[in-house]
Design a protein around this ligand. Structure first.
Ligand SMILES: *Cc1c(COP(=O)(O)O)cnc(C)c1O
Length: 445
């Protein structure tokens, strides 16, 4: 059965998608882009069926969201039951149990056995904004330190925290103030090579914050334990732990942004666990609710309870339907051991990518953890010249062949792989083979 996927009935995109696209350009702002303009009619697990009857293999998960797959039974039944009971009261007006239960799950599952509290929001950017509000309030300090290649969202404050200009920031300033940017321990591009990367990056970070901000003015350091949009950059081993420890020593709130890495994606519930790091605050979103909009801030009770009552909230934050979906998604991850699954499937994916790197000079680096893997493409291996054109061409060749892939990276030269964690081994294998052919077609010797 699986060998027939992807099932291509027409070109991708086909005529029905093209017709919808023509309608869309007259109705939808051109500022909202779409990586592959096929229009989806139905989706289940790791397959997406478009309006032309094409069935595509999903290596995107709606940007690391549908980790439990589309149509996960516990998500669907939880949502259905909740919709029939009630859809909204606003937690700030009258409360309900699913909100409390999601916070209980978050407090249990996130790293660290200390006393924790959570608050729920609608999007990742909103969670990051609130984490910064909490850190500033609790410390009485202003400055937030963020890293090169960081991505934290598209609202005004989170644009300021995000590093990349195009397409996220260009033309949208002025940005929120009191943000200070420091270099990331990016092993592949560290000037003196990967060996000294963690140490040198940490020392540079401390020296820069001390000289240009002052520890006593620093409210928080925010960091993605594996950088997502910036290029699936895995910080050099030990770097994150040293930054977290230094923050603790200086009364600075260490915020781990696990919006993309969280909920089993990297082979553990949270990416911080790989390095034994316990953040003061952790932001989650994306995969938390199987595709419904939900995000959270979880952290030390004394920080989370510091803000005056009424200081945090929002009309829809922790909507009951989204909470029901989250409880279904979290239960699915637990019962189906999706962290272990991500580690196993990630190993299969990684070994195939490493073998490809031996064959094709275009692959400069293979990196990631669990089922969050990527290849960085270069036009010259020694000079490590980023090759965004080849990256876009490979991505498009995958799309034409029925595999939905995504790119990322500060230099636009990274192909990233984010299949649902419930993908079958056969379908994963098919998808990788399509990527191999696409790479051979575009970058073959
Ligand atoms: C996607 C993402 C965000 C923003 O989340 P939205 O739900 O799109 O607002 C923030 N941080 C990281 C690390 C992300 O990957």
């Amino acid at each position: 059965m699986v060998a027939r996927y992807p099932l291509l009935a027409t070109d991708v995109p086909g005529p029905a998608s093209a017709a919808l696209h023509a309608r869309r350009t007259k109705a939808v702002s051109a500022a909202v882009g779409t990586g592959l303009p096929v229009y989806i009619e139905e989706a289940s697990g790791a397959l997406l069926r478009d309006v032309d009857g094409n069935e595509l293999i999903d290596f995107a998960s709606g940007i690391a969201v549908t980790s439990v797959g589309n149509g996960a039974p516990r998500v669907v039944s939880g949502v259905r039951e909740q919709v029939e009971r009630f859809t909204h009261t606003c937690f700030m007006v009258t409360a309900y149990e699913p909100y409390v239960e999601v916070c209980e799950r978050l407090n249990e599952l996130t790293p660290g056995r200390h006393d924790k509290r959570s608050a729920l929001f609608n999007s990742g950017a909103e969670a990051v904004e609130n984490a910064v509000k909490i850190a500033r309030y609790a410390t009485g300090r202003d400055t937030v330190v963020a890293f090169d290649h960081a991505y934290h969202g598209r609202t005004n404050l989170t644009m300021a925290l995000t590093a990349k200009s195009m397409p996220y920031k260009s033309g949208f300033g002025p940005f929120a103030g009191e943000i200070h940017r420091v270099p990331m321990a990016y092993p592949y591009r560290w000037p003196t090579g990967p060996q000294g990367c963690a140490e040198e990056a940490f020392e540079g970070f401390v020296a820069q914050v001390r000289a240009q901000v002052g520890e006593q003015n620093t409210a928080a350091v925010i960091l993605e334990p594996i950088q997502g949009e910036g290029g699936f950059i895995v910080p050099a081993a030990g770097f994150v732990a040293r930054v977290a420890r230094w923050c603790r020593e200086n009364g600075i709130v260490f915020i781990a942004d696990e919006i993309q890495t969280g909920f089993c994606r990297t082979g553990d519930w949270f990416a911080c666990e790989h390095e034994g790091v316990v953040p003061d605050l952790i932001t989650t979103g994306k995969a938390i609710a199987g595709g419904l909009p939900l995000a959270a801030v979880t952290g030390r009770a004394e920080l989370m309870d510091a803000v005056h009552t009424g200081g945090l909230g929002g009309t829809y934050g922790g909507n009951p339907v989204a909470c029901a979906a989250a409880l279904g998604a979290i239960e699915t991850m637990r019962v189906e051991h999706l962290a272990t699954r991500a580690a196993e499937l990630g190993e299969i994916l990684r070994s195939r990518l490493v073998a490809l790197a031996e064959k094709y000079d275009a692959i400069g680096d293979v990196r990631g953890r669990g089922l969050m893997q990527a290849v960085e493409l270069v036009s010259d291996r020694d000079a490590k010249t980023p090759d965004a054109a080849t990256t876009a061409a490979v991505n498009q060749a995958c799309h034409r062949a029925g595999l939905l892939t995504l790119t990322c990276g500060t230099y636009g030269n990274v192909v990233r792989f984010l299949p649902p964690l419930v993908i079958t081994e056969e379908l994963l294998d098919r998808g990788i083979s399509i990527f191999e052919s696409a790479l051979g077609e575009v970058a073959g010797t």
